[in-house]
Design a protein around this ligand. Structure first.
Ligand SMILES: [Zn+2]
Length: 445
């Protein structure tokens, strides 16, 4: 493995509050040194020099919410293609959701994912295991055994744990194991047949609406149940202003609870569904401008601390149907960095170091993988590094994605900022660094 020297970039490590122009030397999978003064030739040796001037050099990005579809739906995505998309999007670690076929509900399946990821994956993969058998919300899954096999959290994502009594047992078990529970917040009786946010647009389109309360009620119920238990509770893909309000109060009380937002909920509203565009159909649905603004405000305040794309690839057939019949979900990995930057940094809500923290240190802490040195850039730590060109302008073109999914509502959008180099465990897995001074791509019309 060649030694690497990343020279002259703006090195940001939120864990150590580092934000300075520095050189980063990598050898044998480890960060050897981070130096603000130029390194002497003797220290560089025969390392390959990569000029990172004008770029951000940050800990490898972590997406704690992706769907890799393997096993069971390999036509939509595989661990190989999903992790290729991850490194192209600047991610060195992903956590994959258990709504596969079969559901990830045994220790053997947790082992399978980890082995498959070692054999075919381009980045690190940590499984999130199902909290209930077959994600059916009836009986607890073997949670202790799956934790021992390497699961880093529990969720029935795609489905809610609907029953309060079972939810309480799930939270208590998570607390005893020390792993987080990640809830897909959807009150089922309020969303039967619903395909988009309940409001003016759904009324005009004649589609069954999905009210905010479907999310808010579950967030509120879970926080109430967890108050006496104290598990690490995480609300996935927040979409509604009221959910954020409940989270704000719980965090004010000092409870160990977190929330996550996707790029699409930060940038789009239900207006995107107006032409029956199935690429704007997701679960939870896009909501209204007031919700969108509440999510951004929650990030600015530090109420929402984690960014997760909910990367959800689907085959074309499952999207090229009537809006009501189409699958829910959008791909997220390959556009995440510029879309988050647009929603949060360009808008002035937060700065780059905070954005980096929300994509590295914060998810690493949630899943306990900070103990492996992930989510930070430190001498002696693992060389998982992402280089971002914050000025690069490009057009999102799903046809050029590594993911098998083409389902993006952002196709044709001109964005600014791009991951240009992804290093996993000291190895370059994605490299567009040389193109970073390429001519500006034409904007879409
Ligand atoms: Zn979900």
């Amino acid at each position: 493995m060649t030694d690497l020297l990343l020279r002259g970039g703006r090195v940001i490590d939120p864990a150590s509050h580092l934000d300075a122009t520095a050189d980063v030397l990598v050898s044998r999978g480890r960060v050897v040194s981070i130096e603000t003064a130029p390194l002497p030739p003797s220290a560089i040796g025969d390392a390959r020099v990569l000029e990172a001037e004008g770029c951000l050099v940050v800990p490898g990005l972590i997406d704690g919410h992706v769907h890799l579809r393997e096993p069971g739906n390999e036509r939509a995505e595989t661990i190989a293609t999903g992790t290729a998309a991850a490194v192209a999007g600047g991610f060195t670690t992903v956590c994959c959701m258990p709504n596969t076929t079969p559901a990830l509900d045994t220790a053997a399946l947790v082992h399978f994912i980890r082995l498959r990821a070692q054999e075919t994956g381009r980045c690190r993969v940590f499984p999130i295991a199902a909290a209930t058998e077959a994600r059916a919300g009836e009986r607890l899954s073997p949670m202790h055994a799956m934790a021992a096999a390497g699961a880093v959290g529990f969720s029935d994502d795609g489905s809610v744990v609907a029953e309060a009594a079972l939810m309480r047992r799930v939270l208590a078990t998570c607390a005893s194991i020390g792993l987080p529970f990640l809830q897909h917040c959807q009150e089922l009786t309020l969303t039967e047949g619903a395909s988009m946010h309940e409001g003016e647009v759904s009324a005009r389109l004649g589609l069954i609406g999905w009210p905010r309360e479907a999310e808010e009620l579950i967030v509120e119920r879970d926080l109430r149940l967890n108050r006496a238990i104290g598990a690490r509770y995480h609300a996935q893909h927040l979409s509604a202003a009221g959910s954020v309000e409940a989270l704000r109060e719980a965090r004010r009380r000092g409870e160990p609870v977190t929330g996550e937002v996707s790029p699409h909920h930060l940038l789009l509203t239900d207006a995107a569904c107006a032409g029956y565009d199935t690429h704007a159909k997701m679960n939870p649905p896009l909501r209204e401008e007031s919700d969108r603004r509440a999510l951004i405000e929650a990030v600015a305040e530090g109420v929402v601390t984690i960014l997760g794309t909910d990367h959800a690839p689907h085959t074309a057939e499952s999207k090229e149907v009537d809006f009501a019949a189409a699958s829910f979900g959008v791909v997220g990995l390959e556009g995440a960095v510029p879309l988050y930057a647009e929603a949060l940094v360009e808008s002035g809500a937060i700065d780059w170091p905070r954005l980096v923290a929300m994509m590295t240190l914060e998810p690493a802490r949630l899943h306990g993988i900070d103990r492996l040195g992930l989510g930070r850039l430190a001498e002696g730590g693992p060389a998982d590094i992402t280089v971002i060109d914050p000025q690069r302008r490009w057009v999102i073109d799903p046809q050029r994605f590594e993911t098998l999914g083409r389902n993006s509502p952002f196709a044709g959008r001109t964005v600014i900022g791009k991951p240009v180099l992804t290093i996993v465990d000291g190895e370059i897995r994605f490299d567009e660094l040389a193109c970073r001074n390429a001519p500006v791509a034409p904007s879409a019309t």
